[in-house]
Design a protein around this ligand. Structure first.
Ligand code: NI
Length: 177
């Protein structure tokens, strides 16, 4: 287990489409997940996708404790989501601020589907099938975008709503995804 370097925007590996996992329950997958957890916790992140540490596999993790940096956000259970399929449940979208460990020090207002079903597998191949909304739905969309080579600045509608965290929010210490 170790804290890995997180690739930053500009690295071409962040723009690649990641490959599905087939070896559920393997030692390799466990080692990858341990590194992802260590890295996410070390950087106090909300979520992390495998491509962010240079591993081109369809694996994301996320976890939100309500007492962390998004005090208004609801908690999101610690989740390992593999080979995810996302299905928006309506066309409704809402904009909110996001950050990303691959775009350190920045925040942008990103439109995301408000209600979402997500399906996939956990690390042992167990089925995950959840219907979520709000912040939970936002985090899942952000992380799964990484698997398709999409970083949140690519989704901004208004570049005026993009800037440095400490300038936008001088009193806050926001959390990255
Ligand atoms: Ni991110």
């Amino acid at each position: 287990m170790s804290v890995r370097e997180v690739l930053r925007m500009g690295d071409p590996r962040l723009l690649q489409r990641a490959e599905p996992i087939t070896n559920f329950g393997s030692r390799e997958l466990q080692a990858l997940l341990a590194d992802m957890r260590d890295t996410m916790h070390a950087l106090d992140g909300v979520g992390l996708a495998a491509p962010q540490i240079g591993v081109g596999l369809r694996v994301v993790i996320f976890e939100v404790n309500a007492n962390q940096r998004y005090p208004d956000a609801e908690s999101v259970p610690q989740t390992v989501l593999i080979n995810p399929i996302l299905t928006p449940l309506s066309d409704a979208m809402e904009e909110d601020w996001e950050g990303c460990l691959s775009v350190p020090g920045m925040r942008g207002r990103v439109p995301r589907y408000t209600q979402l079903r997500y399906q996939g597998r956990d690390e042992n191949g167990g089925v995950i099938d959840r219907t979520v909304s709000g912040f939970h739905a936002r985090v899942v969309q952000h992380e799964c975008d990484h698997l398709d080579g999409i970083l949140y600045p690519m989704r901004l509608l208004d570049m005026r709503q993009f800037g440095f965290s400490d300038v936008l929010f001088p009193d806050q210490n926001g959390q990255d995804e």
